[in-house]
Design a protein around this ligand. Structure first.
Ligand SMILES: C[S@@+](CC[C@H](N)C(=O)[O-])C[C@H]1O[C@@H](n2cnc3c(N)ncnc32)[C@H](O)[C@@H]1O
Length: 371
């Protein structure tokens, strides 16, 4: 497999990046079309997950290349010296396209060990060399970057933010990552768009199912995720932490701790014992997370709050409406073009018609020194 053509030095304009990515997309699409996921040894989870992507791969790769364009546009770092972190990379498609497009150093991360192994196997099968695979949360990523003396130019992430348990702490930690003084950008996109009423109608049903009914672990189920109703799990955790509470108290506390992970549930139990009440309030009527891992079921977050959180961590952030890939599933291409025109014209005010949002940020300029 030949090496992709690279951009040379100079500022990477939006159109340069788009041109290079378009060529890389075609090559990757062909390689992915030829690969047998089962023969590569991918887990059932990623065979299912990636299988869905492959069914609409042209649109998927268009969307990924939009995100990578956002990462690269305006950079003066030559592409071959650019270092990108793909946070929560799953089956690895973003990393694969980034590498295929000629980005010099691509570091893949995921919290799920099965996906880390799958991404590595898939990259190997496609003849793509990922430069680092970091299995773990942000703490492991930071440790890796320091150990390997890697300095980041960009972090890209798709459909991960809505699963991260403590978003303010996450961005606070990310702000301590080694970042290039020359160019640094964050592009965190998520389909959990609270402003899109159609999506919210669908996802709140998912929240209620996870909270109250549980799910059937079919073929390709993710082993890390609990399938029992989250409310029931919290009841058990609370009863185990405080055997002296009666059934009604346990139930009240279990309902009041929706959206908390086991460590915070246990802290809430302590607070309840001391004060007879807890201070925590769920941030939304249906948001809920897996009590063992803190993995949210598509956490709906207010964009204004999110923007503030990322700014407080030290980034110059905006939350923007993501553009539709004109290929792939969903509305007809002509409709998507119209929607994209509206997104272009109205910016973040177009979030109600966008299928995803993007937290787009550069590092905030250091305040000018007085004197
Ligand atoms: C919906 S998948 C998206 C995967 C991939 N980014 C994509 O676009 O296909 C969410 C991914 O985020 C990972 N994840 C969730 N929480 C994480 C965390 N705190 N740190 C790193 N990865 C995380 C999950 O294991 C999963 O692979």
């Amino acid at each position: 497999m030949g090496a992709p053509e690279l951009a040379g030095a100079g500022t990477i304009g939006k159109t340069d990046a788009m041109r290079q990515l378009a060529a890389a997309r075609g090559r990757l699409q062909r390689k992915l079309g030829d690969v047998d996921l089962a023969a590569v040894g991918l887990s059932a989870y990623n065979q299912r997950y990636l299988g869905h992507k492959l069914a609409v791969i042209e649109g998927e790769l268009q969307q990924v290349s939009d995100l990578l364009t956002m990462c690269l546009a305006g950079s003066t770092v030559p592409l071959e010296r650019f270092t990108l972190l793909d946070y929560g990379g799953g089956s690895g498609v973003i990393s694969l396209l980034a590498k295929e497009a000629g980005i010099g150093t691509v570091i893949y991360n995921d919290i799920y060990d099965v996906s880390c192994e799958d991404a590595s196997a898939l990259a190997g099968a496609l003849g793509v060399q990922l430069d680092g695979i970091v299995c773990g949360d942000i703490g492991e990523v930071l440790a890796y970057l320091r150990e390997q003396r890697r300095v980041l130019n960009a972090v890209v992430s798709y459909d991960v933010l809505e699963h991260i348990y403590d978003v303010p702490s996450f961005f606070g930690a990310l702000a301590t990552a080694p970042m290039s003084d020359r160019f640094f950008r964050l592009v965190f996109a998520s389909g959990a768009n609270i402003k899109n009423p159609r999506y919210v109608r669908w996802v709140t049903k998912v929240h209620r199912t996870d909270e109250l009914e549980g799910t059937e672990p079919g073929w390709g189920h993710k082993e890390r995720d609990s399938v029992r109703p989250f409310l029931e799990i919290r009841r058990e955790l609370i009863a185990a932490a405080a055997p002296d509470l009666d059934v009604a108290q346990v139930d009240d506390l279990a309902r009041a701790t929706r959206g908390l992970r086991i460590d915070d549930i246990e802290r809430a139990v302590e607070e309840y014992r001391e004060h007879g009440a807890i201070s925590y309030r769920p941030d939304h009527p249906t948001n809920t997370c897996d009590p063992y891992t803190g993995n949210w079921s598509e956490h709906l977050m207010d964009p204004a709050w999110l923007e503030r959180v990322v700014r407080e961590a030290g980034f110059d952030a905006t939350v923007e409406a993501g553009r539709y890939a004109t290929a792939g599933g969903g509305p007809k291409p002509a409709v998507k073009r119209l929607l994209n025109a509206a997104i272009g014209a109205f910016g973040s005010r177009a979030l109600p018609i966008a299928s995803y949002y993007v937290v787009y940020a550069d590092r905030a300029a250091a305040p000018a020194r007085a004197g």
